[in-house]
Design a protein around this ligand. Structure first.
Ligand code: SF4
Ligand code: SF4
Ligand code: SF4
Ligand code: FES
Length: 934
């Protein structure tokens, strides 16, 4: 077993295409221009001692350990800050250098506790290594003088400690926080002997700006910043490369282990999505996987009012199969169905949708993407021809203007946000379109050029106004349009969009955004160089979600911002495998690869491999399944890893539907809210037990590898196979790689994918085919997948959800960095230190009108229902808008959300709900206004 060591060449790789040759210790070395002497040496296998240098950060030159001698130059320059030059002759090991390095190390060690044997970093400490490398044998200065050995340890962060006694003030942590993470939470205070790392005067780490990404811990060469899990367990003995199971960024991690115990998760430098960075969730919040709340035994019950009865796998499978069969016999196959999970692997999702189609005998399969990014699938398919984002994450490094609309990446997609912030600090311009003042509007060293604070529900109007300016001010890329797009769709759209009713001035009363700002933003996007659009659920979760996605695609085509690095239309997808669950045929009208069930040739392919007929009619979507359940027409459901009783809109309706069914089977880690309505509970596996693949928001297929055996005794794909077999459709695979082989055989965009290739290349981005065997980082390069790009007319139709006297405010919802989705995982970790409850953000003016003070308990009521939560007064939200998260079941934020949904895909309109907010538990004499009648 190995810890998968990664070589640290000390300074970042140079990108120049010009090369330079030099001699280091008598060897001729050729490297790209701009490479440091340290890196050139390292790449040639010559190791120069270092402490303040690390490959992920710019050279700093403070420790003076990496000194070298260069022929013809005076002194002993530091190799980390000295670029190579043609013909240079370098010596890295001379008696003079050895003496100097020992002297430097002696000074460090004289102010360092000598507790190596009992230190948590013993064996994984660069200071220790360097003392050995320079041959330090004694410290002449003694330890009696002034030192930092009694400095107080900061243990406030739940996941790592800061022990200043061990700090060598190399500044790697400070630079990591600035350069890698972009938070700037740390500084070096004082000078000389008094210099010390601080998270703010008198402030501990927990109370500081720190977002616990772990970059500083990763960068620290000593035990100063140390994972508590390593302090508790000791050093890991082996590592397994796997993928984070939280968000759609899809970060790669080394799970560092002792036996089957995770000691820590270390972001993998070669991870295509994260390149060595992480956020607090993937880096630290994995404890839920072994939380005592996990249910690991199958359970059944005849009625949902009965107590659960733990049973064997065989009994649970037989019970579920008997119930499904009984429903099928009485009501037909279309009275049952299921939903797949975007938290599960591609292989697990594929077998569940196969089980539903082949063993249940129905196309009634849907996925949680229905409630998040279904409009992305629809909108991008209509315009570009494929249901996925156009770029890889790295593309943002070539963007000149970023239009960020309806997304809050610093909370929702933090590792991508760090990458984006790096580009913004390097000079790219940012346009934020969001009702709320999200962090990126203004954060350290990043400021949006424009913040278009539109009214919730007016995305399409705003996007149309932007496009109107592009078209009427002569900013369109006519050559691109003529060359790449369908002329008749363009002509129709151009006539539509140039109509004066789409002028920013005409739409200002609707969007609330000053026309001048819209015009300036449109000009910037169209003429500022490479324009890249990034969007999230703030675009899709609307009654016009699909229209807005098509509007963004129109905008990108009209300005020629498609088909090269730095541009594109990029959905920031929510769950770890939401892209994959859609790719795998989880929609009722599509088989894997987004091919319609109505296409006979497509069906024939599947039928040949599956040996069973596949229905030609699309099945029911999730909301339709729930409606049919309430009507008594839909009676049994298999729910893979979703908590629809908490996550779906109009909770009362969802619960009524679940309650009405004869057989609800849940496969999950925990007894979630939905399990209260289930008859069969099949315990699921965490990502640490899974063997398969996840596909992230940039279409990157990453391997998920097990670090422990399934705590349930069965892999989830085996459970689906067993249930299908019990239903009379024998289904068997020897290994998940066999499932991927079937996916590849049946899905053109996955044709070249196999576990063997993924293990060899690390990851690939689909389409992965004979024509693109290593995958496709950027799509639509020479032509669109559908041939010509199609412009779509995007008429703005206001939502039916309206404010009134009784419900005068608009509620919009979102996420917070430390929690995830309905919180099933993150609430079972120390992340609750940051977000123990959902709060309601309300503008001080709206609060004052209602007699609400910061911290008051308030009632939040809509036409659908009411809940209560704590108010936080802030001008991050504009007047008339309130905002909350939905991570805690106690809040039950979806009790108030409505059943309005996207016209094309039924994606719920989570982002616009008319509400009233009042102080809860008013005391006598309090004067909050009563709720008015509508
Ligand atoms: S954990 Fe991340 S945000 Fe916090 S101080 Fe370290 S680098 Fe900065
Ligand atoms: S905490 Fe670690 S990385 Fe930061 S200055 Fe001290 S030794 Fe260097
Ligand atoms: S950014 Fe997303 S994928 Fe990456 S570590 Fe955080 S939660 Fe995991
Ligand atoms: S490693 Fe070069 S000066 Fe520290």
């Amino acid at each position: 077993m190995t810890l998968l060591p990664e070589t640290d060449h000390g300074t970042p790789q140079a990108t120049s295409e010009q090369t330079v040759s030099l001699t280091i210790d008598g060897r001729t070395v050729t490297v790209p221009e701009g490479t440091s002497v340290m890196r050139a040496a390292s790449e040639a296998g010559i190791s120069i001692p270092k402490l303040c240098a690390t490959e992920s950060l710019k050279a700093f030159g403070s420790c003076r350990l990496c000194l070298v001698e260069i022929e013809g130059r005076k002194g002993t320059p530091s190799s980390c800050t000295t670029p190579v030059a043609a013909g240079m002759t370098v010596a890295t090991q001379t008696p003079r250098l050895a003496a100097l390095r020992r002297g430097v190390m002696e000074l460090y060690i004289s102010d360092h506790p000598l507790d190596c044997l009992t230190c948590a970093a013993n064996g994984d400490c660069e200071l220790q290594d360097m003392a050995g490398a320079v041959g330090l044998r004694e410290v002449r200065y003694g330890y009696e003088g002034a030192n930092h050995l009694s400095a107080e340890k900061d243990t406030s962060n739940p996941y790592f400690t800061f022990d200043p006694a061990k700090c060598i003030v190399c500044s790697r942590c400070v630079r990591a926080c600035a350069e890698t993470q972009g938070t700037f939470a740390l500084t070096i205070d004082g000078r000389g002997f008094a210099a010390a790392v601080t998270a703010g005067q008198g402030q501990d780490v927990l109370d500081s700006e720190c977002v616990s990404c772990g970059a500083c811990v990763q960068a620290c060469p000593t035990a100063t910043l140390m994972e508590k899990s390593v302090i508790d367990h000791g050093q890991p003995t082996h590592a397994v490369l796997t993928t984070c199971a939280y968000c759609g960024v899809g970060c790669s991690f080394k799970a560092e282990m002792q036996g089957e115990t995770v000691v820590r998760m270390v972001p993998h430098t070669d991870g295509g999505a994260n390149e060595g960075h992480s956020c607090v969730k993937g880096r630290f919040a994995w404890g839920y996987a072994t939380h005592p709340d996990r249910v690991t035994t199958p359970m059944i019950r005849a009625r949902i009012t009965d107590a659960w009865r733990p049973v064997s796998w065989d009994e649970a499978i037989a019970f579920a199969a008997a119930r499904f069969k009984a429903i099928r016999a009485e009501y037909g196959a279309d009275a049952i169905g299921g939903i797949t999970s975007s938290r599960c692997t591609n292989e697990e999702v594929f077998v569940v949708q196969k089980m539903i189609r082949a063993a249940f005998g129905t196309n009634n399969v849907d996925t949680c993407a229905r409630v998040c990014h279904a409009p992305t699938g629809y909108g991008l398919k209509q315009t570009f021809g494929t249901s996925a984002g156009t770029q890889d994450f790295r593309s943002v490094e070539a963007a000149d203007v970023i239009l960020l609309i309806g997304a809050n990446p610093t909370d929702g997609h933090p590792v991508f946000a760090s990458r984006m912030k790096r580009r913004l600090r390097a000079g790219a311009k940012l346009i934020v379109a969001d009702p709320r003042r999200i962090d990126l509007v203004r954060s350290p060293h990043v400021e949006a050029t424009h913040h278009l604070a539109l009214r919730p529900g007016t995305n399409v109007a705003l996007i149309n106004a932007l496009a109107h300016v592009v078209m009427t001010e002569g900013l369109a890329d006519r050559a691109f349009i003529a060359d790449r797009c369908d002329p008749s769709s363009f002509a129709e759209w151009a006539a539509f969009i140039t109509d004066p009713r789409h002028a920013p001035e005409a739409l200002e009363p609707i969007t609330g955004v000053p026309a001048a700002d819209v015009r300036a933003a449109a000009r910037l996007y169209a003429t500022g160089g490479n324009g890249a659009i990034y969007y999230g659920l703030g675009i899709t979760e609307h009654s016009q979600g699909s229209t807005a996605v098509m509007g963004l695609a129109n905008l990108a085509m009209a300005t020629g911002n498609i088909g090269r690095p730095g541009v594109g239309v990029n959905p920031l997808r929510g769950q770890n495998n939401v892209q994959g669950s859609c790719d795998m045929g989880s929609f009722p009208h599509e088989l894997s690869g987004y091919r319609p069930v109505s296409d006979e040739a497509v069906r024939a392919q599947f039928q040949a491999v599956w040996g069973v007929a596949v229905g030609a009619e699309p099945g029911l979507r999730l909301p339709n399944m729930l409606d049919a359940a309430v009507d008594g027409r839909f009676r049994g459901m298999f729910i893979q890893g979703e908590d629809i009783a908490q996550s779906d809109p109009n909770t009362r309706h969802v619960r009524a539907a679940l309650e009405a069914m004869d057989c609800v089977v849940i496969q999950d880690l925990f007894l979630n809210e939905t399990a209260a309505f289930a008859h069969v509970f099949l315990p699921g596996t965490s990502f640490l037990e899974k063997d398969g693949t996840f596909t992230n928001a940039e279409r990157r297929i990453n391997r998920v590898r097990p670090v422990m055996r399934p705590k349930t005794g069965k892999h989830e794909w085996q459970v689906a196979c067993d249930l299908a077999t019990a239903l009379g459709y024998p289904m068997h695979y020897d290994h998940p790689s066999g499932i991927m082989d079937e996916i590849a055989a049946l899905t053109p965009t996955f044709a070249g994918v196999s576990f063997e290739k993924l293990d060899r290349l690390g990851s690939v981005q689909w389409p992965c085919t004979d024509a693109a065997p290593a995958g496709t980082p950027i799509m639509h390069r020479d032509h669109f997948v559908r041939g010509e790009g199609r412009f779509m007319v995007t008429a703005f139709v206001p939502t039916e959800e309206r404010t009134s006297r009784a419900f005068p405010l608009i509620l919009t919802t979102g996420r917070i960095l430390t929690q995830y989705n309905v919180g099933a995982q993150t609430r079972r970790t120390a992340n609750v230190a940051w977000h123990a409850e959902d709060v309601l953000e309300i503008h001080p003016h709206d609060a004052e009108q209602r007699g609400i003070r910061d911290g008051d308990r308030v009632s939040l009521a809509s036409r659908m229902g009411a809940t209560s939560l704590t108010a936080r007064l802030t001008d991050r939200v504009p007047q008339g808008v309130v905002y909350t998260t939905f991570h805690h079941p106690e809040t039950a934020a979806n009790v108030v959300t409505t059943e309005h949904s996207d016209w094309a895909t039924n994606c719920p309109e989570y982002k616009v709900t008319a509400v009233q907010v009042t102080r809860a538990n008013l005391r006598t004499g309090d004067d909050a206004p009563p709720v008015a009648a509508e």
